[in-house]
Structures are given as C-alpha cells and as structure tokens.
Design a protein around this ligand. Structure first.
Ligand code: BES
Ligand code: MN
Ligand code: ZN
Length: 488
C-alpha cells in the first residue's frame, strides 16, 4: 500500500533556519508582510525576499503558490520557496499551498509557519495528498520520500489537528491504490482480501461468496460475472461508532475489469476499464478513514465485486434475469453491467440494514463524461435535503458535483417487451436512464443519492491534489458529510 509521507511538527527555531541544508519554504501574506522567520531569511539573504516582494514577479504569484529561489546566497538551503498565503486562508487555499510544496517532498524539506493552526493542518493534508505516487509496479523507483518537517509556534496543537486529516489521507490513498491497480492483480479475490485486512482497524468485514449470493437471489449481479474466471463477491463492511441509530449505507460498483462482455467494447482505451471498480474503491476508502479516525457514526459499506468478460458462459444480449428484488430485467447490452450489479447490492443493503439513507457510487456511464467532463460527478437523488447535504460537503472539499434531473419520462424509456424492464434506455440521456434503472430498486422510504463518477474517478492529467490517474474523488466529501451530519 502507498503510505502517505510523514509530516513532523516541530517548534519554531529561527536559529536553525540559516543552517538548514536541503529545501526551505516560508509563507508571506499578499501584502508582503513578513513574520519573524521571513525577516530572518530576508536578513540572511541580504534582502532577497524583500526584493522579490517589490518586484512585478511577486504580483504574478497566485495565492497558494510559491516562488522558488535556487541556491539562495546566505542560506545553507539549496532552494527557498516564498509562498503567498493569507493569514487565515480558506481550507482550499491552505491545501493548494500544501500541494504546491509537494515538490519539496523529501526529508530535507523544512516549512516554516506561524499563524492559524487549523489551516496549517489543512496545508499538511494538501501536501500529503499531492505527494501521492503509485509506484508499486516500477522496479527501478528512486528511494521513497522520507517526509517533511513543519516548523510552527504551536507544534503540538498542529499535530493534533492534523491527525484526523492524516486518517483521511490514508483513506484517499487506499482508494487511489485500488483504482490504479491493474485487473490482473486486483482480482475480486485480491480486492476482497484487502478489505478483509481492514478487520485489524476494527471494521466488521464479511465476504459473501457466489453460493450465498445465489441463495439470496442476486441473479442480476451473478449474471454479470458468469463469463469470468474470478468469482463474484459482495463484501459488507460495518463501522459502528455511533449509538443505536440506523446506519448510513454506502454502495459501490466494483467491476474489477469491464470488457463490455459479449457486447464487447472497442480495443482503443479499453485498458482504462481497470478503474471500473472506482465506486467500490471510494466506499472502501471512506470506511478506512472512518475506522482510522474513530468516527462516531454508524456506516455500512457494501461493494459488489465482479468481472465483466466475454466467454462461453457469459450472459448474452436478450437474456432475461431476475433481480433479488424480484423484478425481471431484459439485458439488451451486456456492457450496461454496473446497474445490474448495483441493483442487487442496493436491494440487499435496504433489506438487511434499513439504512437511514443510501448513497451509491459507480463509474456507471460514458454519457456522464459527455455531459460533465472530468470536472463534476453526476448527482441524482430522490430527496432534496439529503442531496443538498452532500452537495454542500462536496463544495467545501472542492470535489466537483452537479445535480442532474430524474423523472417519469426518462423512466418510461426502460420499458421492455418481454420483462419488467430493459437494462438500457437508448442513447439519449444515458446517465439519467441509468439512474432511473437504479431508482427502481430504491424503497420509497429510503433517502437515496446516486453518484456517477465515471468522469472523476481517474483522470489523464494532474489535478490540484493528485497526480494523473486515480483521484480518490468522493472520500473527502463523504467523510465530511458523515462528520457534519451523523456524528453527535
Ligand atoms: N464502465 C462503463 C462506463 C464508463 C465509461 C466508465 C467510460 C468510465 C469511463 C459502463 O459499464 C458502460 O460500459 N456503460 C455503457 C452503457 C451503455 C451500454 C448503455 C456506456 O456508457 O457506454
Ligand atoms: Mn460496461
Ligand atoms: Zn462498467
């Protein structure tokens, strides 16, 4: 597993700054006000910092980013970043400043701050998240990053604030590793094993194998996995940190590889379908973060783990299968497999746990990428208050989320000649008809949110808080939603 770099918090020691070899960063407000560390460094560099602040160059430095000076005279350091940051930055700006300093991710880096303790910890989170590097399969990787030292006038308080945030970082990293892992390694067996290993953190983890799923009647889920050598599984993770209240249920699509099945996908870009377990990855990452930070909430995470392969035993277009709920589905396209997995797991989650709310996450449709690109996940819901709580959390965390409509006219597109419904509703509004399909497996009394994360789970260019590849989108927003709405 990729472990977050270590952040050490130490007491500010102005005398140590001059002799610090390696890298150094200081923080300066936009108006150019220097704190004691800044003044010390300015004096040691014979006014280099003040000359920078007086130059046109400083005006162009964006809030939350730094200007890097190489081998500054008067200092033992070989690089000094002068970072522009307000005294009381927003969470987003503090994280951005940390992310900018992820380039300094080695044991020689020293960041010197005063000021706001809470946001200082957010800065550390930004640094840690951006420093993520998936190098599990690089045989000649350089030595791993040893960590960063942060100097602060209140190091103990900073470290205490940072502790739950580092639990979150571990959750995000867990998700990213799962999503980045190729399908020959992350089989359903391996995925389940990594979840079972979280028992050590105090999570209750159960694995339901094919015979158990058969008994439960999860035939739409099982039908998806019939063409694969790696067996279908449902994993149930429970965190009971709250009281006697009903849990929040998180449900994830865990298609470890999606070839499309008999309705096979084109070769070009098919390798991206290693990330088709992204929904399950987010559920796993949230459960890990909740356990690591000892959340005072009841949350149950369920993931449907299957592989969608073409084979002599694979399901065919035209097949009719019965869901656990009892409704029958005509499989028009075996590539619309995610909804077949989710509908059974969602039904099971409601039957078994009577959750106070249910959120499913899935890399469900290419159509959501056409609509929203890689900036926002599609959000669908049957409950405005529940949905707004999520949107609010996502906004604070900087995770793009945009609500989409639902309605009867869309639902009508799922009518089938031979069964209760078809698994696709045609080309138009593909993400919405997919959501309508799922909606048929939500009980009227269950507040529900469906998150289509096909565009945001893994991206092809660097983002503010992640290198290209898996983002971990959703872990931060869901953790915040739980923290704000379900704990105390
Ligand atoms: N896993 C895909 C959706 C997807 C596409 C995720 C691109 C990430 C990037 C899903 O199973 C799928 O194949 N959906 C089909 C549905 C169609 C057959 C109705 C799609 O979007 O083309
Ligand atoms: Mn598919
Ligand atoms: Zn899929």
């Amino acid at each position: 597993m990729t472990t977050p770099i270590a952040i050490d918090f130490i007491e500010t020691d102005l005398d140590a700054i001059a002799g610090h070899a390696g890298k150094l960063a200081i923080f300066v407000t936009p108006d150019g006000k220097l704190d004691p560390a800044g003044r010390r460094i300015n004096r040691l560099t014979k006014g280099a910092v003040e000359r920078l602040l007086a130059s046109d160059r400083w005006e162009k430095v964006k809030l939350g980013t730094g200007f890097v000076m190489g081998f500054p005279a008067g200092l033992a350091a070989n690089a000094l970043s002068v970072v522009k940051l307000t005294r009381r930055p927003s969470v987003a700006d503090a994280r951005k400043a940390g992310a900018d300093l992820a380039q300094f991710k080695d044991k020689d880096a020293l960041l010197v701050l005063g000021g706001n303790v809470a946001h200082f910890a957010e800065l550390a989170l930004g640094l840690v998240l951006r420093a993520y590097d998936f190098s599990a399969h690089k045989t000649a990787e350089d030595t791993p990053h040893a960590g960063v030292t942060l100097m602060h006038t209140a190091p103990a308080a900073s470290a205490a604030k940072a502790k739950p945030l580092m639990a979150l970082a571990e959750g995000v990293f867990f998700t990213r590793d799962l999503v980045n892992e190729p399908a020959n390694i992350l089989t359903t067996h391996e995925f389940a094993a990594r979840l079972v290993a979280m028992r050590d953190l105090g999570l209750d983890v159960e694995v339901l194998e094919e015979d158990a799923l058969e008994k439960l009647g999860m035939r739409t889920l099982l039908a998806v996995g019939m063409g694969s050598e790696t067996p279908s599984k449902v994993v149930v993770m429970r965190w009971n940190g709250g009281g006697k209240e009903a849990p929040l249920a998180l449900v994830g699509k865990g298609v470890v590889f999606d070839t499309g099945g008999i309705s096979i996908k084109p070769a070009s870009g098919m390798e991206d379908m290693t990330m088709d377990m992204g929904g399950a990855g987010v559920v796993a990452g949230v459960m890990r973060a909740l356990a690591l930070r000892g959340a005072k909430a009841n949350v149950v995470g369920l993931v449907g783990l299957v592989e969608n392969m073409p084979d002599g035993r694979a399901q065919r277009p035209g097949d009719v299968v019965k869901s656990m709920k009892g409704d029958t589905v005509e499989v028009i396209n075996t590539d619309a497999e995610g909804r077949l997995v989710l509908c059974d797991v969602m039904w099971y989650a409601q039957e078994r746990f009577q959750p106070s709310g249910m959120i499913d996450l899935a890399t469900l449709t290419g159509a959501i990428i056409v609509g929203l690109g890689h900036e926002n996940a599609g959000v669908f819901s049957n409950n405005d208050a529940f949905c707004d709580a999520f949107l609010k959390s996502a906004k604070i965390e900087g995770e793009g989320a945009w609500r989409m409509p639902m309605g009867q006219a869309y639902d009508d597109k799922l009518k089938s000649r031979v069964a209760d419904m078809k698994n696709v509703g045609g080309r138009d509004a593909g993400s919405i008809t997919a959501a309508q399909f799922l909606g048929r497996f939500v009980k009227p009394e269950t507040p529900w949110i469906h998150l289509d994360i096909a565009g945001v789970a893994s991206v092809k260019s660097d983002t503010m808080l992640a290198p290209k590849g898996a983002t971990g989108w959703g872990v931060l927003a869901l953790d915040r939603m739980i923290r704000d709405g379900y704990e105390g």
